[in-house]
Design a protein around this ligand. Structure first.
Ligand SMILES: C[S@@+](CC[C@H](N)C(=O)[O-])C[C@H]1O[C@@H](n2cnc3c(N)ncnc32)[C@H](O)[C@@H]1O
Length: 232
């Protein structure tokens, strides 16, 4: 049950509250602002996390004492910057992106952020890169952020588990989709991907997980978070 506050609400209020919170607790510096600007100028969609969500990712990485992070879905590298900044100097982030233009913008943004040496942007379908990582014994990662094409989330979960250890944190974005996930008969393959992903997460004995719905500048959505508790 919530505590006090304005009744009614809605997207304008959510965005105003996000601005208030971001200004105080998660302000963007010039590098993050430039990353957003580059992304818009290159015509990329505004699908990056909000600043306070980016800061949460960084906090989770620090709580997990992450040295190796895997990100599935780079876009312009905005969340990559938040995550990579949370790494120790010898830490590494591997981020997977299908679209060459997105990867190119991300590389520029990461270079400007002084993080190019810490981040590897892999261009191509994430499933190919993940299969290669497994074949090369490229794990384990300490944190995996799943934020690419939602229909493939169930497969990304399988690969994330293969590339994990006990203690790895898995985070998946956009798991509420304005409540569309309630529609079992949805013809939206992103909704079905998220529904299957959540069901597999619930049935998976190797993890303990929850999901939180959020409102804010990115509308009504949510994220799932899981801790790997047992070996496969
Ligand atoms: C929601 S955006 C990622 C946002 C980014 N994590 C952030 O918060 O700044 C999703 C990205 O995944 C990429 N993508 C979609 N399908 C993919 C696939 N099969 N393999 C790799 N990347 C994919 C898209 O091109 C897009 O750049």
């Amino acid at each position: 049950m919530g505590e006090g506050g304005r009744s009614g609400g809605g997207p304008d209020l959510w965005s105003a509250v996000d601005r208030y919170l971001v200004e105080r607790l998660a302000p963007e510096d010039a590098t993050l602002e430039a990353a957003q600007r580059e992304s818009r100028e290159a015509g990329l969609p505004p699908h990056e996390v909000a600043p306070n969500q980016g800061k949460l990712l960084g906090l989770l990485a620090r709580l997990a004492r992450a040295h190796r992070i895997l990100e599935i879905g780079t876009l312009a590298g905005y969340s990559s910057i938040w995550l990579a900044r949370a790494l120790p100097p010898e830490g590494r982030l591997v981020t997977l992106e299908a679209e060459p233009l997105h990867a190119e913008v991300a590389r520029r943004n990461l270079e400007r952020a002084g993080l190019a040496g810490r981040v590897e942007v892999c261009v191509g379908p994430a499933l190919d890169a993940l299969a290669q990582l497994v074949a090369e014994d490229g794990g384990p990662f300490d944190l995996v952020f799943i934020d690419a094409d939602k229909p493939r989330n169930p497969e990304y979960l399988e690969y994330a588990l293969k590339l994990s250890r006990v203690g790895t944190l898995l985070v998946a974005d956009n798991v509420v989709r304005e409540g569309a996930i309630l529609d079992a008969g949805s013809r939206d393959d992103r909704v079905q991907g998220i529904r299957t992903f959540l069901e597999r997460l619930a049935a998976e004995p190797r993890v303990t997980a929850t999901a939180i719905q959020t409102v804010g500048s990115k509308g009504h959505d949510g994220f799932a978070i899981a801790l790997v508790t047992a070996e496969g």
